[in-house]
Design a binder for this molecule. Structure first.
Ligand code: AMP
Ligand code: AMP
Length: 340
């Protein structure tokens, strides 16, 4: 099928841009990578960018907007784009944007996000409004997508008081610490077909928490406290296939989140999203976060995941699925349905 050549796919060169641009090319689009000067090499070497626009820093993004509009580019958001730009700036952008911008607000405010997920019937970790009420292990998370930097654990109020001193002035939330295995479920909701597709799962590789198990408790005790305090700095993602009997529950969760999103931010959540969950030994699935856009956990699946292979019988990454949706929308004369 020949795509309307007028549209190009653009994204900020980081996070999942390789996959997004590759997928766009596979669907017949020309691609534009907006790069921070000095970071162009991967996009050149892997030949995913038909054009590279270099900017000095993220403050310059608005300055190249007219150029992107002239190119007829559709911008695909991801976590780095949102982290660097902030949702207030993104809301004001005029360049066509894949996804529903109204959702960003719900995702970036932890209490709004919680309301949304609760209404969708998901189980969430308990939140402690007052530190004095801490009665179990908790994780203290700072606001904003910082990639888990600085998060810390506390076992009681006294412990919290001691550790929070190092983070004066920062906004935080105190969440029950859930002990279990982490499963990040990737979805794609199509506004054209109305279906919520399960695209895959990943688990994260976080420093230093994923290395603590490599040394015995005895050796941990011998090390300085700062070195063994867990931190959650994300450095990569690993593919995961879950027990097949869990799939009905995961699919239902994705569908319910989409259904609820239509009530809070019409026309609702569409495109890729991710539920960040922990499975307890009792097989409860606790959702601690939603990412309302492509997650980097889909990067191991540039050639498709086991799940997208089952469904599509051709390599279908999340990046390619985005481009496929845009292509279908163009063909059906329905492009407004996927942009905002
Ligand atoms: P970067 O473009 O790699 O500097 O990342 C900017 C921000 O995007 C990070 O601080 C994270 O919040 C988020 N991010 C980047 N890569 C990942 C990843 N693999 N998983 C989750 N979040 C990520
Ligand atoms: P987040 O910024 O919410 O994506 O969290 C970053 C990391 O902190 C996650 O990937 C987990 O390793 C950890 N984490 C966050 N919330 C919890 C929780 N309630 N219980 C256990 N670990 C958590």
């Amino acid at each position: 099928m020949v795509v309307d050549k007028k549209y190009k796919i653009a994204t900020l060169a980081s996070h999942s841009a390789l996959q997004i641009l590759k997928g766009a090319q596979q669907e017949g689009f020309e691609t534009v990578a907006v790069c921070i000067k000095g970071r162009e090499q991967p996009y050149k070497q892997f030949k995913v960018a038909d054009k590279i626009i270099s900017i000095k820093d993220f403050d310059e993004f608005e300055g190249i907007q007219e150029q992107l509009i002239k190119e007829n580019a559709i911008i695909i958001p991801h976590a780095s784009f949102i982290a660097y730009m902030g949702f207030e700036r993104i809301e004001k952008l005029k360049v066509p944007y894949f996804g529903n911008k109204k959702i960003l607000h719900w995702e970036s405010d932890r209490s709004m996000e919680r309301k949304w997920l609760k209404a969708a019937g998901l189980k969430l970790p308990k939140i402690f409004e007052k530190p004095e009420d801490i009665d179990r292990p908790v994780i203290i998370k700072f606001h904003g997508a910082g990639g888990g930097k600085g998060y810390f654990l506390a076992k009681n109020y006294k412990d919290f008081k001691k550790k929070i001193k190092l983070h004066a002035g920062k906004g935080y939330v105190i969440q029950e610490y859930i002990l279990g295995v982490h499963m990040y479920a990737h979805y794609f909701h199509s506004p054209l077909t109305g279906e919520t597709e399960l695209m895959g799962f990943d688990k994260r590789y976080e420093s230093n928490v994923d290395s603590l198990g490599r040394i015995s408790a005895r050796d941990q005790m011998a090390l300085p406290q700062e070195q063994v305090d867990p931190s959650y700095v994300i450095v990569g993602n690993m593919p995961l296939v879950v027990r097949e009997s869990y799939l009905p529950r995961f699919i239902r969760k994705g569908e319910n989140v989409v259904k609820e999103s239509k009530k809070i931010a019409s026309p609702g959540l569409f495109g890729p999203f991710c539920l960040e969950t922990i499975m307890t030994p009792e097989e409860d699935i606790i959702t601690f976060e939603i990412s309302a856009r492509i997650v980097a956990g889909t990067n191991p699946y540039v050639n498709g995941s086991p799940y997208s292979w089952l469904r599509y019988n051709e390599p279908m990454s999340t990046g390619r699925r985005i481009a496929r949706e845009i292509k279908l929308a163009i063909e059906k004369n329905n492009i407004d349905k996927v942009l905002s």
